[in-house]
Design a protein around this ligand. Structure first.
Ligand code: COA
Ligand code: AMP
Length: 639
């Protein structure tokens, strides 16, 4: 690692001392139709807004301006798809042609500035084209991850009320083809807000029959637009206008619609490419996430292109497509300088190829840094990756809500020493504190709630879609003056953060954020279930996996194992395979406090084999023995 002293302390201090100076300068890296004179307006929005009088366009900054500046022939996107055995390079100039033509197709469907468009698509270049086409005309996209079931899609349709849905005939998993059309049809049936039309990309692996009067063929519309020389210009939007809505798990089954604006998003993401990731324009960057998650939005689709880098769009898995050497092949073949993925992906590689034998046939000559995020990076996995790859392995911490790293090791400013288990330090603009219940700051090395002093830096959510009240209630009410991250942890004497877990009912399964409350709503919907509790239990591969406990209604005589199987199917049907819900256990009673609160925390400790104390408020201590015995009987967790 670089031995020179890091510029981080002075850069961070400057951003704290003079946020408007710092972000005003950062904003100069972006093209504006009207450059912002007001860098931050504390009176606008709920906690102030960035660049309120700036006028810009995200698509122009991601594509057009690079073509204008002579980068037209440079590859913008490398589509690498082991599941379809395809590698395709798309230059900035080609991308511009595709996006401008597809934006005109959207306009032909009546989509204009402020309209919502849902994108329910696999990892194909057309999905990136669709996102930029929306941005080009000021429409607000909402990408829904392909691993979600129809009901989840329906909830998002009802909240976003899209004019149009863009989809594909199927997604391709390592072991199976996932037809999307039945999921789309079921979701539209369930939804109250019906879209006016759908545009569907046919994939040869599983073609869909279009619904007459509603569905339109993507390829025909695209070729007709190109043949007619159609090309929609960029529509100027306010910096504060929404670019997208991305739904993320909340504490109920109704997901939260995180809103991202245009101006602040571009400024912060551009800064992160050099300040945090230390990448240079023209270099190749590999983010192995999915466009359905925030990491995919920010670091597959947007930031690398704002920055004039080449972004790899990888339609594959870390293992099984075809083997645990897949990442090494992609890095070597395309000359990636850095990679960003979730620790769980590296745990999967480590499990299949612990000695890293598959690395030997690949030359990672340009590779400089591995970045991990999405869940706590366990020191074993970091050390394994460091030993194997001989590059710095950098954990960093962020949330869907923030859109970019809250804490990280700023490689572009000069790396700080790595402390295993810590995502290092707060990024510029984030004033991160660890507090007690009364919002009083705690001393170093003391666990507490992690909060961010308002205002949040550019790119962070200004509110939830159509729900200012829920935004205030969920994030700002508990600790006045601060944004509640709902993560718990501590800061050491050097200001290094340690993120230890959530304070709410969110669990992290293979880097995917899921609500146990949402799963409990599904379990309670089973006709034989009287009450239930879902907890996340430790898993060596996925970090956590959900485990459901159900108490059956009095008088139910059916075989409990049959009901448990039905419950597993129900969660897959209602939430989707991504929930990885495979364990349901029938128990006679649930452990509760005398006031009736289910003791989920204690159940989790028992499952994970951690030390636990009998809660003083427990109603009947014998129930915990019953739960422990039930887990043991099924080999659950480390019980
Ligand atoms: N469309 C449809 N189904 C999907 C899907 C998609 N886009 N993505 C995942 N699924 C399905 C999987 O096929 C699997 O189904 P199954 O129960 O029939 O096997 C289920 O959802 C769970 O998927 P996943 O969590 O991906 O587990 P896995 O066992 O298939 O793979 C890992 C395990 C570790 C390889 C995988 O989780 C992984 O690569 N994780 C990376 C995480 C990541 O990128 N996170 C983003 C934040 S940076
Ligand atoms: P998501 O919104 O899906 O990106 O999930 C955000 C949550 O993932 C955070 O609130 C954390 O609980 C967890 N998380 C993300 N990155 C890290 C990290 N580097 N270390 C620990 N937890 C993390």
């Amino acid at each position: 690692m670089d031995a020179r002293p890091s510029h981080y302390p002075e850069i961070y201090a400057r951003a704290q001392r003079d946020p408007e100076g710092f972000w005003g300068e950062a904003a100069q890296a972006i093209d504006w139709y009207e450059a912002p004179k007001t860098i931050f307006d504390p009176k606008a929005g709920i906690y102030g807004r960035w660049f309120t009088d700036g006028v810009c366009n995200t698509c122009h900054n991601g594509i057009d301006r690079h073509v204008a500046a002579g980068r037209g022939d440079q590859t913008a996107i490398i589509y690498d798809s082991p599941v379809t055995k395809t590698v395709r390079r798309i230059s900035y100039a080609e991308l511009l042609k595709e996006v401008a033509a597809f934006a005109s197709v959207l306009q032909d469907f009546g989509v204009t500035k402020g309209d919502r468009v849902i994108i329910y698509m696999p990892m194909v270049p057309e999905a990136v084209v669709a996102m930029y086409a929306c941005a080009r005309i000021g429409a607000i996209h909402s990408v829904v991850f392909g691993g979600f079931a129809a009901r989840e899609l329906a909830t998002r349709i009802d909240d976003a009320k899209p004019k149009l849905i863009l989809t594909a005939s199927c997604g391709i998993e390592a072991s199976r083809v996932v037809p999307y059309k039945p999921l789309l049809d079921a979701a539209i049936d369930l939804a109250k807000a019906k879209p006016e039309a759908c545009i569907l990309l046919q994939r040869p692996q599983c073609e869909a029959t279009l619904t007459a009067g509603r569905d339109h063929d993507w390829a025909s519309l695209r070729s007709a637009a190109l043949a007619a020389g159609k090309s929609a210009p960029c529509v100027p939007v306010k910096a504060t206008d929404p670019l997208y809505i991305l739904y993320t798990s909340g504490t109920t089954g109704i997901p939260k619609g995180v809103v991202r604006d245009n101006g602040g998003h571009m400024v912060a993401l551009y800064w992160s490419m050099h300040g945090l990731y230390g990448v240079k324009p023209g270099e190749t960057w590999f983010c192995a996430s999915d466009i359905g998650w925030v990491v995919g939005h920010s670091y597959i689709v947007y930031a690398p292109l704002f920055y004039g880098a080449t972004s790899i769009l990888y339609e594959g898995k870390p293992v099984g497509t075809p083997d645990a050497g897949a990442f090494w092949r992609v890095i070597a073949e395309h000359g990636a300088v850095a990679m960003f993925t979730a620790p769980t992906a590296f745990r999967a590689v480590k499990k299949e190829d612990p000695q890293g034998a598959l690395l030997r046939s690949h030359q990672l000559t340009k590779f400089r840094t591995l970045f991990l995020a999405g869940e706590r990076a366990d020191p074993d996995t970091i050390k394994w990756a460091e030993n194997l790859l001989k590059v710095p392995v950098i954990d960093h911490w962020w949330q869907t809500e923030t859109g970019w790293g809250i804490a990280g090791n700023p490689m572009g400013l000069g790396a700080l020493p790595v402390k295993y288990g810590s995502p290092t330090v707060a990024m510029p603009g984030y004033d991160v504190r660890v507090v007690d219940e009364a919002a009083k700051e705690l001393p170093a090395n003391t666990m507490g709630s992690i909060v961010i002093k308002l205002p949040m830096p550019p790119a962070c959510l200004p509110t939830l879609w159509n729900d200012d009240a829920r935004f205030k209630e969920s994030y700002l009410a508990e600790f006045p003056g601060y944004y509640k991250t709902a993560d718990a942890g501590y800061k050491d004497e050097d200001g290094y953060l340690f993120i230890m877990g959530r304070t709410d009912d969110i669990i992290n399964v293979a880097g995917h954020r899921l609500s146990t409350g949402g799963m409990e709503e599904v379990l309670s919907g089973h006709p034989d279930v009287a009450e239930c509790a879902v907890i996340g239990i430790a898993d060596t591969l996925k970090g956590e996996v959900p485990c459901g406990f159900v108490v059956l209604k009095a008088g139910v005589t059916r075989d409990a194992s049959e009901i448990e199987r039905e419950i597993v199917v129900l969660v897959r049907e209602k939430i989707g395979p991504v929930a990885a819900f495979k364990l349901a256990l029938t128990v006679a009673r649930l452990p509760k406090t005398r006031s009736g609160k289910i003791l989920r925390g204690t159940m989790k400790k028992i499952a994970d084999g951690e030390e636990w104390k009998m809660p003083a408020t427990i109603d009947d201590p014998a129930v915990l023995d019953e739960i422990g015995a039930a887990m043991k009987g099924r080999g659950v967790g480390r019980a």
